[in-house]
Design a protein around this ligand. Structure first.
Ligand code: GLU
Length: 553
């Protein structure tokens, strides 16, 4: 080994005591079944998860589960500007709300599980420095002393001459500094970054394989990219990715397509170290079509649905969100689910080939539809249990009523549920209150009654009183209906709609007008589930109260 290089490397990294081999031993190849996939979700500690990140975390998690592999949560905090206080807890919470549980990695702001840690980059300094030192020792990296203004100047020249921007070739000034001079500058206390001495040639083409996009041709990397920054001595993303994914034995790197352009850099880094390369899948952006009809990236700033907290707050069942995530993750999932209605998400195998390379369109109305179907399949008592949890956090007034009237509430949720075509109206836990509020006297206030056909006061009084005093039969649904019809005939309303349509002038109206009136008087709504069931649950006394309330309104 060149003793000069050793002197330089020791000066640059005086604290390094281990070697790469030491780390290779500490973090051995994982002992997994063949085909098991090791993935990681690697967010910055920003305190929240964007919908696009949730999708990739979900995919990471799913593919690890499908294959009996490992899913890690690694926190990438080397860009201190992007860190916020308790930023890890926020992320963990968002993931937990969707049952995405890491097998390894951070489990709180300070704790982690797993044998391949630390799982937070700022605690891995010594490891990065060991790898960087190796490169310097082997003349594959060097200190660069260029100041910001020198770099600006280079860029201006490149722009002026219409040359490619970057630190490469003859523009890479510090590459050709003599070792002695470099040593002298460091001894004099000059700031430096560590740059890769890229062995690449921009005019050579390489073909890299992406699991989603297939083979892609790139020019080889010839940029002497920064590996270690000067101020905090933290690694750049490129270098940290190499070190971490190698030592954590990641097999599949799934990340946003914004990293596709630096794929050649990462491939080169793995080649230089002669490490086994992970497979890469660059995932398309999550887009939406906004109000103006333009397709654009889902934005945390502009779109409430971009933050995953929103789904939790709205009370969209996590199962529905996961079904939707799978729908946008794999293009064949929806059809699979249609053909296998009784199977669950766990039975479906994630397939890289079915991921859209061009980005996914996020369609919240579709999510609401999936959610409606999901509610349609739930039992009334499951709805009750989950609603109880949701309201505890987000609607205490409703929560107290649910506690007070447990069985009654379950009966409400059961209206039109255990039938061939169950009701599909709830879209979220938040929405349920608006569908059932009228069943609770405590919420049956400040009403705005929907419009009805029959409005003349004396007629309204006559119908409601006649119904209540003479025709209300809650013993069973058939009897109930027979009686309503009988009353219609008696009061001059057609009990048969067809006949009414033939000769409308013969009648004051028809049975739908009459039941419409009763419905609105009881619930304030013109559209509700089965009226008989509602009446039965309300009971005679409350029906009487509500009729009086309506008449006196
Ligand atoms: N911290 C990087 C990001 O948030 C991770 C990319 C990756 O998964 O490699 O974009």
């Amino acid at each position: 080994m060149n003793p000069k290089l050793k002197e330089l490397a020791d000066l640059m990294f005086p604290d390094v005591t281990k070697t790469i081999e030491d780390y290779e031993k500490m973090y051995p190849e994982r002992n997994l079944e063949s085909g098991a996939v090791v993935t990681r979700f690697a967010p910055s500690p920003t305190g929240f998860v964007h919908m696009g990140s949730l999708l990739s975390a979900f995919e990471d998690y799913k593919v690890a589960r499908d294959t009996g592999g490992v899913f890690c949560l690694r926190i990438e905090d080397t860009d201190q500007k992007r860190s916020v206080e308790n930023g890890i807890e926020g992320i963990l919470n968002d993931l937990k709300n969707f049952d995405i549980k890491p097998d390894e990695g951070m489990i709180s702001e300070t704790e982690s599980i797993g044998e391949y840690g630390p799982y937070i980059q700022s605690e891995r300094m010594e490891i990065y420095h060991t790898f960087a030192k190796y490169l310097v020792l082997h003349d594959l990296a060097y200190p660069c002393f260029c100041t910001a203004s020198e770099l600006d100047e280079t860029r201006e020249i490149q722009e002026l001459n219409k040359e490619r921007i970057g630190y490469y070739g003859s523009f890479a000034k510090c590459r050709s500094l003599s070792i002695d001079l470099a040593i002298e500058k460091i001894k004099a206390g000059q700031e430096f970054v560590v740059r890769l001495k890229s062995p690449g040639n921009f005019n050579s083409k390489i073909v890299l394989h992406d699991e989603v996009r297939g083979d892609i041709e790139f020019p080889e990397n010839d940029l002497d990219i920064v590996l270690i920054k000067s101020t905090d001595k933290l690694p750049t993303y490129h270098f940290a990715h190499l070190v971490d994914d190698h030592l954590m034995r990641t097999t599949h790197v799934m990340r946003g397509e914004e990293w596709l352009a630096s794929f050649p850099i990462h491939d080169q880094l793995f080649s230089i170290f002669n490490f086994k390369k992970p497979k890469y899948a660059h995932l398309g952006l999550v887009m939406k079509i906004d109000e103006t009809g333009t397709r654009r990236k889902l934005s945390k700033r502009k779109d409430k649905e971009a933050s995953v907290e929103f789904y939790h707050r709205e009370g969209i069942p996590k199962e529905a969100v996961k079904l939707y995530l799978m729908t946008i993750a794999n293009s064949n999932f929806e059809e699979w689910l249609d053909n296998n209605p009784d199977k669950s998400l766990d039975d479906f195998k994630f397939d890289f080939k079915k991921v859209s390379a061009s980005g996914t369109l996020f369609d919240i109305s579709k999510l609401f539809n999936i959610s409606k179907n999901y509610f349609g399949k739930m039992t009334a008592s499951d709805i009750y249990d989950n609603l109880l949890k949701w309201t505890l956090e987000f609607d205490t007034e409703f929560h107290d009523l649910l506690v007070k009237y447990k069985d009654y509430s379950i009966n409400i949720f059961n209206i039109e549920r255990e039938v061939l075509k169950p009701r599909k109206d709830y879209t979220s836990y938040r929405s349920i209150r608006s569908f059932v509020f009228y069943m609770y006297d405590e919420l049956f206030k400040d009403l705005e009654y929907d419009n009805v056909k029959i409005t003349e006061k004396d007629e309204v009084i006559k119908i409601l009183n006649t119904y209540y005093n003479e025709y209300m039969d809650l013993s069973d649904k058939d009897n109930w209906f027979l009686k309503v019809k009988e009353m219609c005939d008696k009061l001059g309303y057609a009990s048969n709609i067809k006949e009414y349509k033939k000769e409308p002038e013969k009648y004051k109206g028809n049975i739908a007008d009459v039941t419409g009136l009763i419905r609105v008087a009881l619930t304030s709504k013109s559209n509700t589930p089965d009226l008989y069931e509602i009446e039965k649950l309300l009971g005679e006394e409350r029906i009487n109260e509500r009729f009086n309330k309506y008449i006196n309104k």
